[in-house]
Design a protein around this ligand. Structure first.
Ligand SMILES: NC(=O)c1ccc[n+]([C@@H]2O[C@H](COP(=O)([O-])OP(=O)(O)OC[C@H]3O[C@@H](n4cnc5c(N)ncnc54)[C@H](O)[C@@H]3O)[C@@H](O)[C@H]2O)c1
Length: 358
């Protein structure tokens, strides 16, 4: 038996020691100790678990043993905060040592494909890779990884955590059970690049509304704050004939982050505020001031746990490993479809906003 100190994201470390059977503890390591790898917990201002390092500490069954980070300052801050001494500055050294069972890929977007491929070429004792989005930079890169993963004995999952977080799952249930009625209008806002954050918007809208059948980029096309990854406005058409209009909010420069969705249905409204931390439901009611009208009532919050959303991904991976699942996990398979759509939007932009059927 072994003791694990469990960190649950509360303001003060609670120092609970939990006993777990030795053979169930998975040795985890993180590649990239920036914001999502570690820093968002090192510097968090509110209760929660906001990084992969925090998730390793928060979820029973994992142990955080090492990391890979070329930036010495970041490596030092990680060591001090988490008390994990082993940080490599090169990928090969990191993978060759420490007998890792789980690796989290938190390096910049363009490196994900190369790192995951490197792991899948010679996985050794690695049983799971939890990668940040985007899975790859092209649909072909994603498909190559899917082929490599199948038969590798390794589970690959993507941290599209809204797919696992309770309030987003509840909204999906409301929609799939057809409790909101027919779609009337859907608007969404994002920043920082079609491939960087637009892929998460596509994933979230697909989670809620189903498969996309057509896309159309909306001018102007070459705008945004994320370099050559332009923040294109776009339209998504869904199987039921409904559509969503997604607009970027960093056309001239980055001013603030936003990831919001407003969905109007015949039976009410669902609004995703504050990066999904607050999802509100408004029912349709009689107009309170005089008869003859219907209007949207007071918003009620859909209960959720966005402050710990990442921990749901780690629990899911643990469950998948305990069930001996390998290859692409469900969210990784969805991430491949997201990239097909994102590429189609870029193609539409290149063709001056031509509508593209999928
Ligand atoms: N799922 C989410 O909600 C979410 C949120 C933020 C970021 N992300 C994704 O996570 C990834 C990292 O984003 P971030 O905001 O933490 O970026 P960041 O720039 O803060 O951190 C990236 C880190 O990777 C390190 N790095 C660079 N090259 C490396 C290499 N070869 N090996 C190991 N480490 C290397 C950098 O030094 C840096 O510390 C991005 O792909 C981003 O899209 C996802």
């Amino acid at each position: 038996m072994k003791c694990l100190k469990v960190y649950d994201g509360t303001t003060r470390p609670i120092g609970i020691n939990k006993l777990i059977k030795n053979d169930r503890i998975l040795r985890g390591g993180i590649i990239g100790l920036g914001a999502i790898g570690s820093q968002q917990d090192e510097e968090r201002k509110t209760d929660g678990v906001y990084s992969h390092a925090g998730a390793y500490r928060a979820v029973d069954g994992f142990e955080l043993v090492s990391a890979c980070e070329p930036n010495a300052e970041r490596a030092g801050a990680f060591r001090r905060f988490w008390g994990v001494d082993t940080v490599y500055d090169d990928l090969d050294g990191f993978l060759a040592n420490e007998e890792l069972n789980v690796v989290s890929v938190c390096a910049p977007d363009v490196m994900h494909f190369k790192i995951i491929k490197h792991i899948l070429d010679d996985p050794g004792q690695i049983r799971a890779v939890i990668t940040e989005k985007p899975l790859g930079m092209t649909a072909n890169e994603c498909r190559d990884l899917e082929k490599l993963a199948s038969g590798s004995g390794v589970l690959i999952e993507v941290n599209n955590h809204r797919r696992a977080e309770p309030s987003h799952c509840e909204v999906r249930r409301l929609l799939s059970d057809k409790l909101m009625g027919a779609v009337q209008a859907i608007s969404a806002y994002y920043v920082k690049g079609l491939f960087h954050n637009g892929c998460t918007m596509v994933d979230t809208l697909r989670m809620m509304l189903g498969e996309v059948t057509r896309v159309k980029a909306l001018p102007p096309f070459e705008v945004g704050s994320y370099g050559m990854d332009h923040s294109v406005d776009f339209l998504l058409g869904f199987q039921d004939g409904s559509k969503a209009i997604v607009q970027s909010c960093d056309k001239d420069a980055y001013h603030y982050s936003i990831f919001e969705i407003d969905m109007l249905f015949s039976g009410g409204r669902l609004t995703f505020h504050d990066n999904g931390f607050r999802i509100e439901h408004q029912p349709v009611e009689d107009y309170p001031h005089y008869p003859g009208f219907r209007s949207l009532g007071e918003p009620a919050q859909v209960q959720g746990d966005m402050a710990r959303a990442i921990t749901y991904i780690y629990r899911r991976v643990l469950d998948d490993l305990l069930a001996d699942r390998t290859g692409f996990g469900e969210f990784a398979r969805e991430a491949v479809k997201d990239m097909v759509i994102v590429e189609a939007i870029r193609e539409s932009a290149l063709q001056d906003g031509k509508e593209i059927e999928l």
